[in-house]
Design a protein around this ligand. Structure first.
Ligand SMILES: [Zn+2]
Length: 187
């Protein structure tokens, strides 16, 4: 379906039943979850969580990476701070996924030599490589370790750390296996 045809179908078949919801949302948003996931087209946060508009505040980038604060990645940093300090979300989910191309690249950085911007971006998670047994590490291990690293980086944000310590905010790490529909909850 073309995007234009999709919009027409949305306006004709979907929006009428949701109009009340959107009218309500005109007053403002109060999502309880900041959902950080990969840009991968196979991931649909609202589909897998069965959430409605207004429920998820979302950050997406290649590899669901959360750079440490103060590293100049203002897009991610400002969005996290808005979610935590202004919207006062109750949880942050970092959701990695099976067959992630960004983590594949991270685990084989030399393959990205011709793509320096992408290499520099995924290398923000290079600590993952130190935690894997490089000879035998599987992609799924890399994907899980990458999620855990981002949770650690989140705790480097003072706003996140203080909200967590006051039990106002929970951090969760997930891996979504889109080919089976299974969501794996990491410790
Ligand atoms: Zn991915």
């Amino acid at each position: 379906m073309t995007l234009a045809a999709g919009i027409e179908k949305f306006n004709n078949e979907c929006f009428p039943s949701m109009e009340g919801k959107f009218k309500e949302l005109e007053k403002g948003q109060s999502p309880e979850t900041l959902f950080i996931t990969c840009s991968d087209s196979r991931i649909d946060p609202s589909l897998v969580t069965q959430t409605q508009p207004g429920e998820l505040f979302v950050i997406r980038n290649a590899g669901n990476i959360v750079p440490k604060p103060g590293t100049g990645e203002l897009s991610v940093e400002a969005t996290i701070l808005y979610a935590v300090d202004v919207l006062k979300v109750k949880r942050i989910v970092v959701c990695g996924h099976s067959h992630c191309g960004a983590v594949t690249g991270l685990m084989n950085l030399e393959s990205l030599n011709e793509l320096p911007e992408i290499k520099a971006w995924v290398a923000k998670s290079s600590e993952v490589l130190d935690r894997l047994d490089s000879a035998d590490a599987t992609l799924n291990q890399g994907i899980s370790e990458n999620v855990k690293l981002q949770l650690e980086h989140l705790l480097d944000y003072p706003s996140v750390a203080s909200a967590v310590s006051e039990n106002k905010l929970e951090l969760e790490g997930w891996v979504y296996h889109f080919e089976s529909g299974r969501v794996e909850f990491l410790d």
